[in-house]
Design a protein around this ligand. Structure first.
Ligand code: FES
Ligand code: FE
Length: 326
């Protein structure tokens, strides 16, 4: 599948402790674990011996090196997935055919990322938000009963603010969407360099309504950046919100947001509570949309206010995306 070329988040880095963690991507069950140095690893969550979930197992240190031990017969796997020992045959040296499939795993933006794509191609495609403020606060995960493209399109959509987020990100006195330009970047991904919106409460710190300058940029088929700057408000922190979506199944997604902010005073919990309040307003609307897969070949009516959404759909078509669309 073309979508396998990109990297996707599978867990927040803080979620993965000493125990193996079951996660999923594109319908495949994965297990994450950390070795004795803290380095994270991702395997297919299926023991090559009898198909048991390796996420039921335990991380053990043998001879100074951590291995993932299967719960059923105790086969042990090293960080690369090689079978390092079969307790029923202590003298036996396991072969390559006893290995579990290992996937590349990276830590970035407070999340753990993997890809099913070929190495060199995928290496270029870890989504990069570019220059953003230094403090990062991860919000989520949210498990949402809809396709990843529906979640991303909602993040790029401004004309719902006055209705879904009335009194917060929008209000009914300002429903109009001003004309805006969509610019396509070198990777073919659409963005909006300038968008001005009136927001009654634009951020966790906002005391009252203000005009806010937005910049949108799609980073990959399943991630997007929103840079926000309140205008006319002294010392308003610069904020960037990045949406990261993992397609668990064609119609089920796991969603994180990373807030990058120049605000060093507001506690993490307050920043997360604001983002949480916004997303739980979106979630029931998202889960009600039919079909759950994003229609790329017609069947929904558009207005000129939906230019960015239309550009996102074109981008998915051009990239050959087939998962979570129809
Ligand atoms: Fe995993 Fe037997 S099923 S060791
Ligand atoms: Fe919304």
């Amino acid at each position: 599948m073309n979508e396998h070329r990109w990297w996707y988040p599978v867990a927040a880095a803080a979620e993965l402790g000493a125990s193996p963690l079951p996660v999923a991507l594109f319908g495949e069950a994965l297990v994450l674990w950390r070795d004795e140095t803290g380095a994270p690893h991702a395997f297919t969550d299926r023991c090559p011996h009898r198909g048991t979930r390796l996420s039921l197992g335990t991380v053990r240190v043998v001879g100074g090196a951590a291995q993932l031990e299967c719960r059923y017969h105790g086969w042990r796997f090293d960080g690369g997935g090689r079978c390092a020992g079969i307790p029923a045959l202590p003298e036996f040296r396991p072969a390559d055919s006893h290995a579990v499939r290992s996937h590349p795993l990276r830590e970035a933006h407070g999340l753990l990322w993997t890809t099913f794509g070929p190495g060199a191609d995928a290496a270029a495609a870890l989504p990069d938000p570019g220059p953003v403020p230094g403090r990062a606060v991860v919000c989520g995960p949210y498990d949402v009963a809809t396709s990843a493209p529906r979640v991303v399109e909602n993040f790029l959509d401004t004309s719902h603010f006055a209705f879904v987020h009335e009194g917060g990100l929008g209000d009914r006195g300002h429903t109009g969407v001003p004309p805006y330009d969509v610019v396509i970047d070198a990777a073919g991904a659409p963005g909006v360099p300038h968008y001005r919106a009136w927001q009654p409460r634009a951020s966790a710190q906002a005391a009252g309504g203000t005009w806010v300058d937005y910049r949108y940029q799609l980073l990959s088929p399943c991630s997007a950046l929103l840079l926000k700057q309140a205008s006319g408000v002294d010392a308003a922190p610069q904020e960037a919100y990045v949406l990261w979506v993992a397609p668990l199944e064609p119609e089920h997604s796991r969603v994180w947001f990373t807030l990058f902010t120049s605000d060093t005073a507001t506690p993490d919990a307050t920043l997360r509570a604001f983002q949480h309040a916004v997303f739980i307003q979106d979630q029931p609307v998202l889960e009600s949309q039919q079909p759950r897969r994003l229609p790329l070949s017609g069947g929904e009516a558009h207005s000129a206010a939906d230019r960015l959404s239309a550009a996102y759909r074109r981008y998915l078509q051009e990239q050959g995306i087939t998962y979570g669309v129809c």
